[in-house]
Design a protein. Structure first.
Length: 256
């Protein structure tokens, strides 16, 4: 097993540079900076660029998955409100462009967590991107954060197309992609949710999903909070995720 992991790690490292070079030249051609292309040529180089992007994403996913399995993550002190601030800053323009309502509901009092900011960000980027991808114009994506028994819970909920109930037990399997009768799945590497689960579990957390086809989906992540003595003080004005909507109870609902 160790030799297999080392082999995959080495291959991923060796592929990253040449794939980056190929992608760079493909995008250069596609941009027209090296000369005008005919319509058929433009279409062909566009396909090449997209496929290479998928390979780059796959190589990166494999690298992160190995890091999750071997616990090779940094351990930083992170505050959930600051994490939410960063997510809102990155996604609010995308929400406007897609005609979606982006809502954040964050408890005022939350414990710190210990984890790798880069890889936890990858988790939430994946969940938020999926919510945007599968929610039609006029829909809503809601991010809720609350605490429960010393843990921090994050919920990403959307009003999109949801998932068939009989497939929910497989969505965290590697290379599994949800199949719809009447919809074409916006393809990916098939490692996204599997990778999300492995990163969360590497942080001693857990993730679950609630969904019904045609009625949206909700992903709930639980991460252990840090005991009070270990947590740094949050400076005044730090950690505000827009307007905090009051303390949340264990169900994540606003408390008056």
């Amino acid at each position: 097993e160790q030799r297999k992991d080392t082999f995959i790690q080495n291959i991923s490292h060796e592929l990253r540079t040449p794939l980056g070079i190929v992608l760079g030249h493909a995008e250069l051609l596609e941009s027209g900076m090296l000369g005008d292309l005919e319509a058929a040529q433009q279409e062909s180089i566009g396909i090449v660029a997209r496929r290479v992007q998928m390979l780059v994403a796959l190589v990166e996913d494999l690298s992160v998955m190995l890091a999750a399995q071997t616990q090779e993550f940094r351990r930083e002190m992170l505050h959930p409100k600051q994490m939410v601030d960063a997510m809102l800053a990155d996604f609010h323009l995308q929400a406007e462009a897609r005609g979606l309502q982006l809502v954040a509901q964050v408890a005022e009092k939350l414990p710190w967590i210990r984890g790798d900011s880069t890889h936890l960000r990858r988790v939430f980027d994946n969940l938020m991107s999926n919510a945007f991808k599968f929610t039609p114009q006029g829909g809503q994506v809601q991010l809720t954060v609350w605490q429960q028994e010393g843990n921090v819970l994050f919920e990403v909920r959307d009003t999109g197309m949801g998932m068939p109930a009989n497939q929910l037990t497989h969505i965290f399997d590697r290379f599994y992609q949800v199949k719809y009768k009447d919809h074409v799945h916006p393809g990916g590497t098939g490692l996204g949710l599997s990778l999300v689960k492995e990163i969360v579990e590497a942080h001693r957390g857990e993730i679950r999903v609630e969904s019904e086809e045609g009625r949206g989906a909700a992903f709930i992540i639980r991460l252990p909070g840090v005991i009070h003595e270990e947590a740094p003080a949050l400076e005044h004005g730090d950690g505000g995720a827009g307007e905090a909507l009051g303390d949340l109870d264990a169900r994540g609902e606003g408390v008056a």
